[in-house]
Design a protein around this ligand. Sequence first.
Ligand SMILES: NC(=O)c1ccc[n+]([C@@H]2O[C@H](COP(=O)([O-])OP(=O)(O)OC[C@H]3O[C@@H](n4cnc5c(N)ncnc54)[C@H](OP(=O)(O)O)[C@@H]3O)[C@@H](O)[C@H]2O)c1
Length: 324
Amino acid sequence: MIRWGIVGAGNIAHTFAKDMALVKDNAITAVASRNLEKAKEFAANYNAQHAFGSYEALFKSDTIDVVYIATPHTSHAALSIMAMTNKKHVLCEKPLGINSAEVQEMLSKAKEHKVFLMEALWTRFNPTIRKVKELVDNGEIGAIGYLKADFAFYGLDRDEKGRILNPDLAGGSILDIGIYPIFLAYILLGMPDNITAKSNFHKTGVEIQTSMLFEYQQAQALLYSGLTSNSEMKAEISGSTGSIYIKRRWHETSGYTVQRGEEIADVDVGKIGKGYTYEIEEVQRCLEAGLLESKLWSHKNSGDLCTLLDTVRNKAGIRFPFEA
Ligand SMILES: NC(=O)c1ccc[n+]([C@@H]2O[C@H](COP(=O)([O-])OP(=O)(O)OC[C@H]3O[C@@H](n4cnc5c(N)ncnc54)[C@H](OP(=O)(O)O)[C@@H]3O)[C@@H](O)[C@H]2O)c1
């Protein structure tokens, strides 16, 4: 049994906890919140035996093997490091850190303390995405020339102090949802030779929409993230002999369509729960094998992804107040 500790009892922690119930040999044994009553309520909801009123108390306890960091972006590095210093394995929500300096420090702490660390880039473990990557890598649609992926929702009506619109919590679209289209281009096409990016900004100072062009030797990827409207969120990958369309919303998809000439195949791959089940299983598989990082979403992958996010932010002029 893998014993999980949840850190931060917010929105994604609840969704993750519901999927946890669908995975065998894994259980939430403890939860920590800044508010003990909130932790107790969360623990009661998901049958966790232990509730803590501080994150540090959970890290120091012997009730868990691995923690799931589900707090705002700006706290990922410090909390992951605190957990690892207490010899706890870590699954940390995306983005792993808010910039490369943070991510590299986290990766080096994982090595120093010899604990498992993985960014919760759940889409990487989605069975449809794994299948699409296999098809592309096997040349099933020929040489990729074009990729299009987006992630957008209307978020301008959110609380300005909340994590989406608050610059002090590294708000904006790029680290929250822009990370997904960048991830897709990265796993299918690798590191681009050149990046162009342009953003618009909100009155709070956060970036609210960003268009990106990733250029490769023989391909271009058009990527977009935004908080100003909903978008279709169907991803397209086209190659010299065919195209793959990942069904909406592609980052949590359960199928794809492949087209070669007039021939169209619609494939329903399916998924279990919302899809967080697969990252939980990956952590379990790694811990049982004694691995300190996942081969599917490695430390290098998280480092590369953060480098791409840094570059996009540089090109588009996206800076957080605490980085000035
Ligand atoms: N993988 C996914 O699909 C997915 C989806 C949504 C979000 N996320 C990621 O998960 C993280 C959390 O997002 P969320 O939507 O769950 O956020 P949320 O609903 O605001 O919850 C975050 C929790 O973090 C804790 N927290 C600690 N310091 C905080 C601070 N200064 N301000 C506010 N909350 C603070 C709070 O828990 P306590 O009060 O209990 O301490 C809060 O409930 C983000 O990094 C985001 O990128 C991932």
